[in-house]
Design a protein around this ligand. Structure first.
Ligand code: GDP
Ligand code: MG
Length: 163
């Protein structure tokens, strides 16, 4: 059986980088500017022998522009509702921010399955951030590096029983 995985989280944590790694094509826009991807993008993902649909969602912008924030929140909620599993990405180097906490709340109320991924954790970076992510109460965070492809074996192992 196949499933749909939504990659969710605030801007600039590496959602699109992970989407691109899973899909293997540069379908989603990656940029140094926070929040560049403002739409939902769907791709056919491969991870080991798993085949699934992955959604790159817009993050939740804690901006003063209410209409933009509202739009991004609605997009994110749509991604959550379409997904069987949500991969909640935080930036392990930045640690857990207020935006992450707010977003974790939405996921607690709305998502069926949540996997927390502490990204940008290549090498030994982000160990403290991963511990902070544990305190979100959404399960044990995976330490991954979307950019360097680290932690993909752990992601595979948690997805297999849910697939
Ligand atoms: P999004 O806004 O959540 O979709 O984030 P992006 O995928 O656009 O990435 C935002 C920035 O973080 C870009 O400069 C990426 O190169 C960088 N980035 C993404 N993944 C990693 C990672 O695993 N390690 C490091 N060091 N940087 C990363
Ligand atoms: Mg993006």
């Amino acid at each position: 059986m196949s499933f749909t995985l939504a990659i969710v989280g605030r801007p600039n944590v590496g959602k699109s980088t992970l989407f691109n790694r899973l899909v293997g094509k540069r379908l989603a826009l990656v940029d140094d500017q926070p929040g560049v991807t403002r739409d939902l993008r769907e791709g056919a993902a491969r991870l080991g022998d798993l085949r699934f649909v992955v959604i790159d969602s817009a993050g939740l912008e804690m901006a003063e522009d209410d209409s933009l924030q509202g739009r991004m929140r609605r997009l994110t909620e749509r991604a959550v509702d379409e997904a069987d599993i949500c991969l909640f990405v935080i930036d392990a180097r930045a640690g857990v921010t207020a935006a992450d906490e707010y977003f974790a709340d939405i996921l607690r109320k709305r998502a069926r399955h949540v996997i927390v991924a502490a990204n940008k954790a290549e090498g030994r970076a982000g160990e403290a951030g991963a511990l902070e992510a544990y305190a979100l109460g959404l399960g044990e965070p995976l330490r991954i590096s979307a950019e360097h492809g680290e932690g993909m074996d752990d992601l595979y192992r948690v997805l297999v029983p849910l697939s």
